[in-house]
Structure formats: C-alpha cells, structure tokens
Ligand binder design. Structure first.
Ligand code: AMP
Length: 215
C-alpha cells in the first residue's frame, strides 16, 4: 500500500504505521525518526535540524524534501510505503505530488487520524520513548509503562521523555500543526484521497484503512 498518515503529534500515526507494515511489508517512513537518527549520529543533516526540533519548530521544507526524494527511491519502497509525519506543509505536499508524478507512483489513500486536542495533550505529556534510535519503542507512564521503570522492554536502553515533549514544546507543536499541517486535510480532500478516521483505538484506524484500500 502507498499511503500518507495525517494527524496531530500524538494522534497515533507511528503506532498505526507499525501495525500496517505487518500487513503487506510496506515500509514505514517517519521523517521525525530519520531526523532524530541524524541528530544522534551528528551528521550534517542532524546539525541543521537539531535546533528546530528542540524548539518544536518545523525543519525547513528544503531539508525534508532532500531526505524524501532519496528515501522514496530506495528499493524497499517498491513494496509500498506509509508516510508518517510527512508531508507537514502545503509546499511539501505540492513537492511530493510532483515527485510521485515523476516516479509514476500513485497514492492509495491519505488517512487523517482525528483525535481531540485534550486527548492529544494527555497522551503526549505521559509518552516516553526508547532512546535507542534503532528501537524507538513507545511507552506511556500511565497506560503502558515499561516493566522496569526507565528501561526499554525490547532492547534494555533508557526510556526517556523526548526533548520536544515538554508541555511548552507540545503546545507549540500543536499550534504549528493547526497552522501549517491541518490545511493538508482540504488539499487531499480536493485530490479525492482523504479518509478521516475518528476511531479511539489504533486497531480501529488500521481496520478502516484496510477496508478503504480493499475497496
Ligand atoms: P515527529 O516525530 O513526526 O513528531 O517529528 C519530530 C520533529 O521533527 C518535528 O517537531 C519537526 O521539528 C521535525 N519534522 C519531522 N517531520 C517533519 C516534516 N515533514 N517537516 C518539517 N519538520 C519535520
């Protein structure tokens, strides 16, 4: 499948993408994960992105499009891809449209995961993430804590609060989402690709997407 997962930070895009990769081997492409990996590895891209990310700001479109142009042409994308956290702005959506046209790739659907702001704030302030960039397992201090406090069940690395998940940074990220990313809902509605899903569970979101793709 070839799809875009739209939704505010904390809407569950990453969890849904991971579940969908198990369906048909499509790869999850998270620009946030790619950027965090680059910051940790200290690459030129990481150095350029770091300050924007810590402040909860968007990384410039030109950097993001450079990443995606390369990533979408890697061989594992031939089976399909799930775009998680990209596009985030109208210029990115327009550049993606041009890029996909050039590569003769058609999207199946743009799934808009719609979660109320209160719920998002609640989820993000209690979310914790494995610090190992190769793992990045997600936990929640209330509903899904690691078995041993502060230690990842899967790989044993520290489980931490992301620098951009302090209350201040979250509030800024949500404002930026409303201003810059929410307009993509209308953009993809006009393209005839939009599927809005209100399900409270990730499994419900996955089922709605599978039903739509099955036609
Ligand atoms: P995420 O893990 O998707 O919430 O992304 C974490 C951070 O990475 C965001 O707050 C941005 O600073 C940056 N980022 C990720 N994807 C994009 C994108 N498509 N455009 C601009 N910035 C991005």
């Amino acid at each position: 499948m070839r799809l875009i997962l739209l939704g505010a930070p904390g809407a569950g895009k990453g969890t849904v993408a991971k579940l969908l990769t198990q369906v048909d081997g499509s790869v999850q492409i998270s620009t946030g994960d790619i950027l965090r990996g680059a910051v940790q590895a200290g690459t030129e891209l990481g150095k350029q992105a770091d300050a924007y990310m810590k402040a909860g700001d968007l990384v410039p479109d030109s950097l993001i499009m450079g990443i995606m142009e390369t990533r979408l042409q890697e061989p594992d994308c031939a089976q399909g891809f799930l775009l998680d956290g990209f596009p985030r702005t109208i210029p990115q959506a327009e550049a993606l449209k041009t890029l996909l046209g050039k590569l003769s790739i058609k999207l199946d659907v743009v799934a808009n995961i719609d979660v109320p702001r209160e719920e998002i704030l609640n989820r993000l302030t209690t979310r914790r993430t494995c610090a190992n960039t190769a793992c990045q397992a997600i936990y929640n201090v209330r509903s899904q804590p690691p078995k041993v406090e502060g230690i990842c069940d899967k790989c044993g690395s520290p489980v931490v609060q992301r620098a951009d998940e302090t209350e201040e940074a979250i509030s800024k990220r949500l404002d930026i989402y409303n201003e810059k990313t929410a307009p993509l809902v209308d953009f993809y509605r006009a393209e005839g690709l939009l599927l809005t899903i209100n399900s409270p569970s990730s499994e419900g979101v996955v089922n709605a997407i599978r039903e739509r793709i099955a036609g």
